[in-house]
Design a protein around this ligand. Sequence first.
Ligand code: 13P
Length: 249
Amino acid sequence: MRSKIVAGNWKMNKNLSETQVLLEELSEKLPSTEAEVIVAPTFVNLADTARMLKSSKIKVAAQNMHFAESGAYTGEISADMLLNINVELVIIGHSERRAYFGETDEFLSKKVKAALANNMRVIFCFGEELEERKAGNHFKVVESQLKNGLFDLPAEAWQHLVLAYEPVWAIGTGETASPEQAQEMHAFIRKTITEAYDASIADEVSILYGGSVKPSNAREIFSKPDVDGGLIGGAALVADDFIDIIRAS
Ligand code: 13P
């Protein structure tokens, strides 16, 4: 079901004490909102976060997971381990996983399927690099990431998916896609999904924008018709900024 979502990807930031401080501040200041609010702390702090947010409106997501059920995968985390600590949402395909950890479309497609098979919801990330945009290939790149990562899923799977378009050149750089660039790509994404499935699936999926979203630019980006909220990095680490972004949604 399409809805507004503001999700904070904390990446490799905040130890346990800092996590507790930020969660307390967020819980205290959380405005009343129609948006679904999600935080994704690092793995070691997920169980504590899930406990702290047990009766909160704020939901918890993992930043990654492995596709295998269990076994000899040193350093990895399974869907069952996440579900067992009440984490039912997972981010898959973040550009940092793709770039620094070699996660390919094929590998990510297995992760998406594993998460869905375990009744989890997936926030699937994708987006082009600067050279690809400069060369005018950004639509082609996004289309192929969607096709290879998601388009062999059955139609029913789409109700458990959230998409996050994150142009790599806008992540952590302070440079944001303009609201028009975000809208243009989000509309293209819906058109691509319509062609692969149908218009109702394309209309019903929430598509978030990510990449240097801040309190100063959130409202304008979120006001675009095909932008359903944001996946926030740096600004999600500062309670007042994240709260302001939620207010802008
Ligand atoms: P920034 O908001 O720090 O650019 O990060 C965006 C992001 O990668 C969220 O997943």
